[in-house]
Structure formats: C-alpha cells, structure tokens
Design a protein around this ligand. Sequence first.
Ligand code: MSP
Length: 468
Amino acid sequence: MNKKFFVTTPIYYINDVPHIGHAYATFAADILSRTHKVLGEKTFLLTGSDENSQKTVEAAAKKNLTPEKYSAEMAQNWQDTWKKLGIADGEFGFVRTTNPDHEKFVREVFQKIYDNGFIKQGTYKGLYCVGHEAFLRPEDLDSEGNCPDHKTKPQVLEEKNYFFKLSAFQDQIEKLLANPKFVAPEERRNEIVSFVKSGLEDISISRENAKWGIKVPFDETHRIYVWFDALLSYYSGTPKEFWEDGANLHIIGKDILRFHAVIWPAMLLAANLPLPQRIFAHGFFTIDGAKISKSLGNTIDPLKVADEYGIDALRYFLFKEIPFGSDGDFSFEKLREIYNADLANGLGNLISRVAKLAETLGLEANFIEKKPLLDSEFLVHLEDLKFQAALDYVWEKIRKADKQMEETKPWELVKTDPDKAKGVIENLIRQIHEIQELLIPFLPTTAEKISKQFSGKIKSAEALFPRK
Ligand code: MSP
C-alpha cells in the first residue's frame, strides 16, 4: 500500500483577501505535497477559512452583508486564489469552519472533553483583543493601553466562561516538546519549551452571549472560542485515512505557535484524538522593510506578482531569497534581480542553448516517459524544510552544466566535429533531465514545459523566462 502524507496551512481569517504572507505558507505546503507525490505517496493538502471570528462580523458589517453571506463570498475568493496560483493543481482540501460537518465535529469534541472532565466553569475578567482573538495581559499593552500589534484598545470582559484545563497537560506537553521533530525550527522549539516550563494556565474557551460562532452543545448561551474551533479544522477537513496512518506536517507562522504546539495537542489529548507529528513555524515578511499592514497600504497581492512574473518566479523568489523559518523582506527590486540572474540567465539560458543545439543535430529525448527520481541529498533538505538549501543544490547543478558548456563549446564543435558535438549535447541533456526532475516540487509549470520540450524531437522554444 502507498505511504500517506498530508500537509496543512493555517486556516486563514477571511476579513481580507490573501496577501503574500499567506501565499508563503501555502506555497511551502505545495512544495512538500508535490515532493511526496513524486515519491509515489498518497498526498493531501489542506487549507481553509477561519470564519467564526469576530473579525468576520466586523468586516461583513462594513460591507452591509450578513456574516454568512460575507463568509461565503470570501471563502470563494480565497479558494479561487489558491486555484489560480496552481496549489496542488487545484486538488487541495478547503475547510470552512461554518461547514455543518465541521460545526458538528467541534460540538462533539467539546462535549467529549467536558465528559472527560477537562472543561470547567468559571468567571473570567480580562482584556480581549479581537485582532488576536485572544486575551492579553496588562503588561502586553503599550504605554497608551493599546494592543502593540493592532494599535487598538482591548475590550474589558468579565463574564462566565467555560475553561479548558490546559494545566492538566503540563507533563504530557513537555514530553511532546522533548521530541526535536515535533516543533521546528530549533529556535522556535526552545521558545515554546521555556514558555511551557513557566507553567500552563487554564484557558477560557467560550464566550457568553456572543452572536456569531459555534454554540456550546450543553449551554446554548455560550459560543465556542474561535481558536478551539479553528484548531479542530485540521481534523475535520482531512480525510480520516490520513490521520489514521499517514505522516503529517503543519506549516504555520511563528505568531501562532503557542496555539498549535501547546493548546491544540492538549485539546486532542483531552478528546482522545491522534496528535500532530510535526509543526513548522515560518518567519514573517516585511515589504521594503515595513510591516505588512492594510493601513499602510503595502499589502502585496500574490496574483498580481504572478501575473507579471509568473507563478514559478514568485515561488522561486520566496524560497530562494529567505531561509524558511527566518524573517525576510520582499521587494520588487530584489525579485527582478533574482529573476534575471537565476531564472532568465541561469536556468532559462541553459535550457534554450542546449535545446537549440539539440534541434540542429536532430536529437531526441524522452523526459515525459521516465518516472522522476529525486536524489537523497536534495530530499534531506526538503525533509528539513530547508528550501533554500534545496534550491542552491539545484542551481549548483545548473552552474556546473553551464561551465561544461563554456568549456566544451559545442556550438563550435557542431561545425567542426558533429559526432563529438552530439556526445557533448547528449551529456548536457542528461544533466538537464536531472535538473528538471528536481524542479518539479519548486517550479512545477517550468518543469512541465521543459519535459514537453525534451520529449520526442527536441525543439527550441520560446524563452522560459523572458528577461525583465
Ligand atoms: N486564523 C488563524 C489561524 C488558525 S489555524 C488553526 C490566523 N489567521 S491569519 O489569517 O491571521 O494568519 C494566517 C497565517 O498568515 C499565519 O500563520 C501568519 O503567520 C501568516 N502571516 C500573516 N502575516 C504574515 C507576514 N507578514 N509574513 C508571513 N506570514 C504572515 O492566524
């Protein structure tokens, strides 16, 4: 039987359209799902929309829409964006937290955790930030009493809440975190380990008299906390067989690591559900050095970049420029620079020169027929989500082939010694084949174009990456 693998992105809030930071995690998930597919595994990629948030209610009101109507429109918008960006060739799972199946599952889990004795009632007084959908401590606020990230005053809430006994899972969570694979990168794991060491506190998981969200099954005056609901979408949105005997990986941003590495596994333990195996937290992007924010008006629409440069160029830039896991900066200037150097001049140039010479000599190849092989050094980088290292590995091969071409000068040999020229070009075609296979996870459209060009009689074709 085939091995199984699934990968998830966060389920995104839909109070706005996707920006480049969201595309980042989704492309990363796509790279991994394509890799596992090439390895012959049954793969599944899950993304989705986190709709039961107060943000939805506020955004809907601004557009004079009901939260239901607004959510449906936005969920469609996000889904369409991922399709246009070619995520999993359109074959991804998309979970909406307002799906009746998901809601039913969340209520069942809430009930189960209650029955297992891990939910209790209490009164909560605290400062709630809608931007974070979380309580803040007084010491988290800035000098004006605002949330430092959202620059808004938190709401002062005092209400009867249901609490999840997170503190009961202190030992089990510490044990989980002792596994170096559970949370990566290392730096993030250390951060979370020391947070957990400082002692886990019980958390409020319901809101009294809220108007939007999933109702507590045994007390309909309460709605379930949006993170409790959202974290369960990884389970409700994934076909059961993958949770039963598949490997899994969850890609998130570093800002939401506590929810994923602490609260989520504790909830699953409390409900007797299977645990996640690996969580990877990536870093944050700035745009030309500034924080991405709607109010600054500097959000970048990934579809616009893809229109101008191509999806593959955007993917290449994102994973080549910034080590996955670190923070980084997006700028069109750098994008253009890397595009011209590595794609137009590097990869594109090599392919077009070799194809032209092969065409002159009437050579044939059969890239399409062969099942791709990914070599082990490349796979180790991918296994560790070291995308930059994986790309460097491929570009080293491109440079090597280029160098060989410069040294052997086949364009001169074609005139003086066609047999020798043929040998040289055939050797370069073999190298291009290797390169093409390694490009499949990262630059799927380009890999496909090359494979078509090098199947049957080799043809010179339009430039893969026209110079910009
Ligand atoms: N809905 C929650 C996640 C629930 S998962 C069970 C959420 N949504 S979000 O839309 O606000 O953020 C989704 C992801 O986008 C997060 O992982 C976050 O880190 C990422 N990013 C948001 N801004 C970003 C950048 N500027 N750069 C990189 N990633 C960023 O949180």
